[in-house]
Design a protein around this ligand. Structure first.
Ligand SMILES: Cc1cc2nc3c(=O)[nH]c(=O)nc-3n(C[C@H](O)[C@H](O)[C@H](O)COP(=O)(O)O)c2cc1C
Length: 290
């Protein structure tokens, strides 16, 4: 049974990145529901050991947070979702999956959130979550009551990232090979799951997820279409590859939507299909029905 208080497709459509908060602390009921949800998390879909918690910014932190902690990206936030993942081959994807699940749950409670993979003070958060040797802290998100209006920084960031825009189906989803687009009419029972991937947030809204459906079967292979900008030095730091977080987010939207529609299946890292790949595109994982 889904713990979400409303359909996941509604929640995904409602979510947008909020960088402006009204400064009120979380109400006890909201805090309790979030903490209960986080406590129920097990391993990520790829077996990664992720822990997530609520982190409070003290008054002193908040002064620093304005300057440093979110590099001015976020205003008025008091509470953050933050955590750590034990370093492993699919650690970043697992962290992306579970932090997105927490973000969607917060959205369902009416709270604002914003993925921060770059604009946050990593060392400040590392001490708050007591980051251990062999763990990484890929991203955080503020969680709270949104301000009546977006700040100028918030509105400008959204404008710059063309935050409401998404690529059309034919650039993202394929059937059989990467020259045959998969359109909604041929997606069958998976139409909503694919549409929910399309609406997912991604770093700088680059939308690097690609899905290839096997011809004649409900097997979907997830690929990453890398943006050169994100493959540099930062991406080499443990947990620093933001486009791998995007893969986890896509896997989360797909799985939650499929399960809610009664479609059984799991993500697994299997054999990449033998197809010709577009430039800078590599295999990540596959969704298979049992
Ligand atoms: C992995 C990841 C990292 C992100 N890092 C930042 C960040 O450091 N700072 C920021 O302001 N927004 C960040 N974002 C938010 C994206 O810019 C935003 O999701 C995208 O523009 C789409 O807008 P939307 O979330 O409102 O749909 C990040 C998003 C993702 C998925």
């Amino acid at each position: 049974m889904t713990p979400f208080p409303k359909p996941i497709t509604d929640v995904i459509r409602e979510r947008s990145s909020w960088r402006s908060y009204d400064g009120r602390p979380l109400e006890a009921a909201d805090r309790a529901r979030l903490e209960e949800f986080l406590a129920g998390f097990g391993a990520g879909p790829f077996g990664g050991r992720v822990r997530l918690q609520l982190v409070e910014a003290s008054a002193e932190d908040r002064a620093e947070l304005r300057k440093l902690g979110t590099y001015g990206a976020v205003k008025g936030a008091r509470t953050f979702l933050a955590g750590a993942v034990r370093q492993a081959p699919m650690d970043t994807e697992d962290y992306g999956y579970l932090l997105e699940e927490a973000i969607l749950f917060a959205t369902a409670l009416g709270l604002g959130t914003c993925w921060l993979g770059a604009s946050f003070n990593r060392s400040g958060f590392a001490s708050k979550v007591d980051l251990k040797q062999g763990e990484s802290l890929p991203a955080v998100s503020p969680v709270g009551y949104v301000a009546a209006r977006r700040t100028v920084v918030d509105a400008t960031t959204r404008l710059f990232a063309r935050a409401k825009k998404r690529k059309p189906w034919e650039e993202l989803f394929f059937e059989g090979d990467f020259t045959t687009p998969l359109l909604p009419a041929r997606a069958g029972a998976y139409e909503d799951a694919l549409e929910m991937v399309r609406l997912a947030p991604s770093a700088s809204n680059r939308q690097p997820w690609r899905l290839l459906k096997e011809a004649g079967g409900d097997v979907f292979h997830l690929f990453i279409s890398r943006t050169a900008f994100y493959s540099g030095v930062v991406a080499k730091r443990p947990g620093g590859d933001l486009q791998r977080l995007d893969m986890g987010i896509a896997a989360c939207h797909f799985a939650l939507t499929a399960r809610e529609a009664g479609l059984a299946g799991e993500w697994e890292v299997g054999e990449p299909p033998a197809v010709e790949l577009p430039a800078r595109t590599t295999y990540v994982a596959s969704w298979r029905a049992p």
